[in-house]
Design a protein around this ligand. Sequence first.
Ligand SMILES: *Cc1c(COP(=O)(O)O)cnc(C)c1O
Length: 388
Amino acid sequence: MIPYGRQDITQADIDAVIEVLESEFLTQGPKVPAFEQAIASKVGASYGVAVNSATSALHIACLALGLGPGDWLWTSPITFVASANCALYCGAQVDFVDIDPCSYNLDPSALEAKLVVAEREGRLPKIVVPVHLSGQPCDMQAIYALAMRYGFKIIEDASHAIGGKYRGEYVGNCRYSDITVFSFHPVKIITAGEGGVATTNDRVLAERMALSRSHGITRDPALMTQVPDGSWYYQQICLGFNYRMTELQAALGISQLKRLDSYIERRHEIAREYEGAFRGLPIVTPVQCSDGYSAYHLYVIRLQLESISLSHKEVFEALRRCGVGVNLHYIPVHIQPYYQKMGYGFGDFPEAEKYYREAISLPMYATLTSEQQTLVVRAVKSAIRLPS
Ligand SMILES: *Cc1c(COP(=O)(O)O)cnc(C)c1O
């Protein structure tokens, strides 16, 4: 089976991890701060805080921004559940904003319309989480302008978007947000085995996130309530977690980061190949927004079902039978049973639901060979039979 995504591990990556295994520190050593620094300087942010997953990064980002009971967080229904769950961890509530039918990202005009109503009803969101789906940057200028007008904070979920650019600058520089979150799960563009990093330009937010990641404990006398009792001294000054990244993960991440730009270039090459191969077929290929450079974490096609004799499910299963490990990103979060119990359901976000009925993620990763891609294209062409 050709998977929809997979990691690329080189000898240099292996050597970097072995070096850590043979060193003094497996955790809380020099590699984690080096990885944080490398990510922050790559994307152009002042601070990076590394944790054990993007899910943890979203959680501590929400906490740093003061999200709590009585507050609302809004996100896109077309995302992984973690983008929404982070609000529930903080005791806050979640609502959704429908997607733009072209970019599949949170639609700024739907956001504006919902904000107008929410302001009237006195339930404006404290945080909005735009998700750069597939690696394509959201319309951040528009969302940022609304944040200025309505006073909400922004956490970019850039789990798909490391190496992508918005208006010529790397996603993650937080020019139009408070915090950006990256994932280093093996299926993402670069991996640390598991892991996440939150970037920000705000020193206080970075400090708060660093505290939450490790039990709320500090060794910095400037943050303590008294002069340290001695050189052993530390203080717990808030409630935190153990969300730490290991040295092994950080070393792998540092090694992978060196290949980021070449990975993204290769992903664009694969996208151009698909684009050419599918021209004229009843398939909608991904649009590239004019102010963005996608990281192409995913290659999502949408089926024009009225021109195809098979159903969405039949096409999906035909591809799997041909050895193409297609996937579907994502089942709309608001129709997950857990969210339906909160009162959401079918019909609430029609563009997201329409997308779900048509979308298929094709194999997209830097080491996909052109022979494999030819196989994928052939399988798609045979599955998308025109009605007879
Ligand atoms: C993968 C992913 C996450 C969660 O990342 P982890 O590192 O696995 O916790 C969150 N949001 C989106 C959009 C993702 O794709």
